[in-house]
Design a protein around this ligand. Sequence first.
Ligand code: HSE
Length: 407
Amino acid sequence: MIEIAIMGHGVVGSGVAKIITGHKKRLFNNVGEEIYIKRILDLREFPDSPLADRFTKDFDLILNDVEIRVVAEVMGGIHPAYDYTKALLKAGKSVVTSNKELVAAKGAELLEIARANNVNYLFEASVGGGIPIIRPMNQCLVANDVSEISGILNGTTNFILTKMFDDGMDFDSALKLAQQLGYAERNPAADIEGHDACRKICILASLATGKHVYPKNIYTEGITRITNRDVLYAEKAGCVIKLIGNAKLLDNGMLDIYVAPMLIGKDGPLANIKGVFNGIVVNGDCTDEVMFYGKGAGSMPTASAVVADIVDSCHHLKQRRFLFWADSNNENILPHSESRTAVYLRIDSPEALPEVEKLFGEVEVIVESDELAVITGEFTVCEIYGKIDELEKSGYKVLSSIRVEAK
Ligand code: HSE
């Protein structure tokens, strides 16, 4: 029997307990021993749970129990998860987690502590919920130089944008529904402002480059400014709007990495990823494009990935899985002002067109009614800001500006 503990009994933690108890036989057959949940850490009471006798509020009962070899940290947030994880790794226990905030903020340090203590720190569930992506990138694609990762990495925002495009729903009702369905973070700002997607693209970029990419250094824009007009105009342009996390290794060695809403052509690989589903395209020099698709949020899909890491840790109690990146000062990250993109602009008057053409050259006109909507050629972000400033000095108002995927 291998004894484990689960820290957190929320959306993900309760799913982990459910899978481990409900799929006992299947897991036994794989591991060769029973995985036994000895403790569940949570500040709340769960008197009706079939595991009610295993709950504790005392972290030390887990830390000091030498029989507990693997701990699932599914509490979320940095504190106290960070201190708990450090203490557990130092005590020789493997830790698996769905906590993308912690991995993105402290991954290099925690991986180093795991290495020094010859234990595992695994985080398959931190990106893409139920989609296998960390292990495939770390193992199956290891032969490749990865040149670009592009993904829909947040289920809540993809659910909201899908509802806006397909059902004409307004932003607030769609967000409320996503929260009711258990997709959104406790504080939905992390979803709708793009921070959750940012943490995930940082984890993937860290894995691909071998150097920790810190979210604080990454340009991050959410979907709160997308209006129903933008939805309408994007459709007229043959596009959808998706919140994209993108990391691209440029020829000069710099990493162009950002999170932003983007207009993408309806035929593109990510365009038809709908609802809470996530999609990630990884471009390797040997494989070319490889795409991953599945449910990126929700209790059971995310718990499935956590349990896979528990099983992997059980198989490797005395051996470390190679999963590592080094700390970095992020000097290799391209300043966002130098990132190049085409841009969709929505302007308050159709009379702005001559001025727009003077500043941006030839543009694709999407709408010329009470407003003007265009798609420009490619410029750096700094040039785009400068031109928007000039346009506004001429008396026009730019109501929206959204990146457009390169054709
Ligand atoms: N709030 C996240 C999402 C949950 O919507 O994708 C999974 O990380």
